[in-house]
Design a protein around this ligand. Structure first.
Ligand code: BES
Ligand code: MN
Ligand code: MN
Length: 478
């Protein structure tokens, strides 16, 4: 049967209740990759996807094991969650599209300020609330929905489709690099294009296609001293306190204006050309979008260009937290014996990860030396993921542009993003192919935040966009 957009879109509309139920089942499993105790739930989500893929008629379905999780980890035998591989079709006359997404999520708890249980999908006023609804279970399930719509219509998929769903993205995609390298000429042989639905529109109204991401290097500074936590009444003033050292080290990483204080990084950042500077003029964005997203007036810049450039093309350093420090309510008079400060640096062209790590370690060690502390210092990289920058006018993007126009009636903006999907560059390099970021959700979805949501219209029109993209891509030259 030939591609008939309106048939397909009608079928997608008709299946809406089923698509919501499918997402509900996925959201109900708390697959938090960063919480070791929830690892069985992450695995359960992989099994859920496997079951769905079987029902949809996928071939070569595998839950590919990646071995144990490397340190730092409390349980040394902790297994990484599996990669869910599957394929729909292997017709040599068709092009092959690989779709990637992640089934793990960020932590969430009702007490953080959610209006409903984060692990129950709640539909309210045309919005679906729940952890992972937008990042990234909704978009992952979107691909399955697109396949189901084709199946129920008796419409052949226009391309060979390979799915790669991982359960460790929110924790640095551990183990996936190796799998892609290993399978470049195996499972992934013949892949013509890679598409990732794992980011968001810039605002709330206009669809976008995304051609760049920042990378991220995540670091930990450990300061330890006494053998055990101490009473501050008995030992305060007479021992050197690790947390005292650590806050000084953390305070010396970035200033209040967001300027990174580590020397040698700025020199690695690609200079801004006049041509690039102009691109920002035409992007639809307003400071208000930023303030709405944060629910505050805490922006460091108040013009569109500076905001977008500092999100997309300049590095940033964020301090995330301190492990081992007293963090509960109340007033505990403790001197923590060992504390670990966590921070990350978002990287951009042309920062090299190894060079950056050298600079970071040198900076922290030199500063620690000036403290003349008897405590022990350890500083190191926990994980890194590369930045990525592509050509938004290749065949893959062209197909997505046509699909977006067909579904939303408007040409998408071309954006870069400040977040990271560590595996993007690996796909591009190892499969020697182009990667496209085709977002489904909106800029205000609250990924990683409380009350994460996906508008029902984005979910359903997103399935239409994903479907149409496959057809437009198939129509291009093989
Ligand atoms: N979906 C995000 C990536 C993203 C965020 C893209 C914002 C575009 C805009 C992804 O799930 C994510 O959160 N990635 C982590 C990766 C990290 C843990 C290595 C991130 O960016 O912090
Ligand atoms: Mn994501
Ligand atoms: Mn995320």
């Amino acid at each position: 049967m030939a591609f008939n957009k309106s048939n397909l879109n009608e079928k997608i509309d008709e299946l809406k209740p089923k698509f919501i139920e499918r997402l509900r089942s996925a959201v109900e499993i708390p697959s938090v990759s960063g919480d070791e105790s929830l690892r069985p739930q992450v695995v359960k989500t992989a099994e859920f996807l496997q079951k769905e893929l079987i029902a949809l008629g996928a071939q070569d379905i595998e839950l590919r094991e990646l071995g144990t999780q490397p340190p730092p980890v409390a349980n040394k035998d902790l297994q990484l969650p599996p990669i869910v591989l599957s394929r729909f079709g292997k017709d040599p006359s068709k092009k092959t599209v690989l779709v990637y997404g992640h089934y793990d999520v960020q932590p969430a708890a009702l007490e953080d300020g959610w209006n409903s249980d984060p692990f129950k999908l709640v539909e309210k006023n045309g919005v679906l609330y729940g952890r992972g609804s937008s990042d990234d279970k909704g978009p992952v399930i979107g691909w399955l929905n697109a396949i189901q719509a084709h199946k129920e219509l008796g419409l052949e998929l226009p391309v060979n489709l390979i799915t790669v769903f991982e359960g460790m993205e929110e924790s640095g995609s551990l183990g996936l690099d190796e799998l892609i390298k290993k399978e470049a000429n195996g499972y992934f042989k013949g892949v013509d294009a890679v598409t990732i639905s794992d980011n968001y529109w810039l605002g709330t109204e206009k669809p976008v296609l995304t051609y760049g991401l920042r990378g991220v290097n995540y670091y930990e500074i450990e300061v330890s001293g006494p053998n055990a936590d101490l009473h501050s009444g008995l030992f305060g003033g007479i021992v050197s306190e690790p947390l005292n050292d650590l806050v000084k080290l953390l305070a010396n990483l970035v200033d209040g204006q967001g300027k990174i204080l580590i020397k040698g990084i700025d020199e690695q950042v690609a200079p801004l050309t006049e041509k690039e500077d102009k691109i920002y003029d035409d992007i639809e964005f307003d400071v208000k979008v930023l303030n709405d997203a944060t629910g505050s007036e805490t922006a460091l810049y108040n013009d569109k260009k500076s905001i977008l450039q500092h999100r997309w093309r300049y590095p940033s350093l964020s301090i995330h937290g301190i492990e081992g420090a007293f963090a509960e309510a109340g007033a505990k008079t403790v001197i923590p014996a060992k504390v670990k400060g966590k921070f990350s640096i978002r990287t951009v062209p042309n920062i090299e990860s190894n060079k950056l790590t050298e600079l970071v370690i040198k900076h922290v060690e030199e500063h620690f030396a000036t403290l003349k502390s008897p405590n022990q210092l350890k500083v190191g990289l926990i994980h890194d993921g590369d930045y990525w920058l592509s050509d938004p006018f290749n065949e893959n993007f062209t197909a997505a542009r046509k699909a977006t126009k067909a579904v939303w009636g408007i040409e998408p903006d071309l954006t870069r993003e400040g977040g990271s999907i560590p595996i993007t560059l690996t796909f591009e390099k190892e499969l020697k192919t182009s990667v496209l970021l085709l977002p489904i959700g909106r800029g205000d979805d609250g990924a990683h935040s409380t009350n994460e949501k996906l508008d029902l219209s984005n979910y359903i029109e997103g399935v239409k966009t994903q479907s149409a993209y496959l057809h437009y891509y198939a129509q291009g030259e093989k």
